[in-house]
Write a protein that binds this ligand. Structure first.
Ligand code: SIN
Ligand code: FE2
Length: 202
């Protein structure tokens, strides 16, 4: 389903058993690389979303700014590998010749949200961004290429895959809120979003 040029939604792409297996893999990633609470560059204001990463590079944000780095800022260890299932998913739907080198894991509790933004910290701004949703539904906001462009609201449900590529790679997007109790995947509720990106040009 093409939502706007270059923005493709694959509703319920992962069936429940695949979601459960992926959740187990994400839990193992979080055990190795505990969730962090990023801070806004400059002000140090904490994000409501908690994050960690897998892969050669991970996205971090603190008072010094946004960046990709090869290690977890708390443990100093390299990020755990990107689960093979996600690499296969990228091959299947991303339509890009090289694998992702970063997998951001976002965890939203029932009060978390993410303001409207573009993903543009990558050196390669042509490779698509692929995201997978698990757990409670998100009220997702999708805009255009300029901050002031009209936006639309859509639900991202557990198992949905969204690809921002081509003419949609730099679309503004954000998460207005989570709908608590809308999924039974996470026993304590909440939402996980996994974002695969290619940071370094090939
Ligand atoms: C993000 O833009 O980093 C995450 C989007 C989402 O949670 O669906
Ligand atoms: Fe984003």
């Amino acid at each position: 389903m093409e939502l706007r040029p270059g923005v493709h939604l694959f509703p319920a792409h992962l069936a429940r058993p695949a979601q459960e297996e992926l959740l187990g893999e994400v839990r193992a990633m979080v055990a190795a690389a505990p969730l962090l609470r990023p801070e806004m560059p400059g002000t140090g204001r904490p994000f409501s979303v908690r994050m960690t990463n897998g892969g050669p590079l991970g996205w971090v944000s603190d008072r010094k700014g946004y960046r990709y780095q090869p290690t977890h800022p708390g443990t100093g260890a390299p990020w755990p590998p990107i689960p093979a299932r996600l690499l296969r998913l990228w091959e299947e739907v991303a339509d890009w010749p090289v694998p992702p080198d970063a997998c951001l894991v976002n965890f939203y509790d029932e009060t978390a949200r993410l303001g409207l933004h573009q993903d543009r910290d990558e050196e390669d701004l042509l490779a698509p961004v692929l995201s997978v949703s698990l757990g409670d539904e998100a009220v997702f906001r999708l805009g255009g290429l300029e901050r002031g462009d009209p936006t639309r609201s859509l639900r991202l449900r557990s198992g949905d895959v969204l690809v921002l590529g081509g003419a949609g790679r730099l679309c503004f997007h954000g998460v207005d809120r989570i709908l608590p109790g809308s999924s039974t995947l996470l026993p304590k509720g909440g939402r996980i979003n996994l974002t695969l990106r290619r940071v370094r040009p090939h």
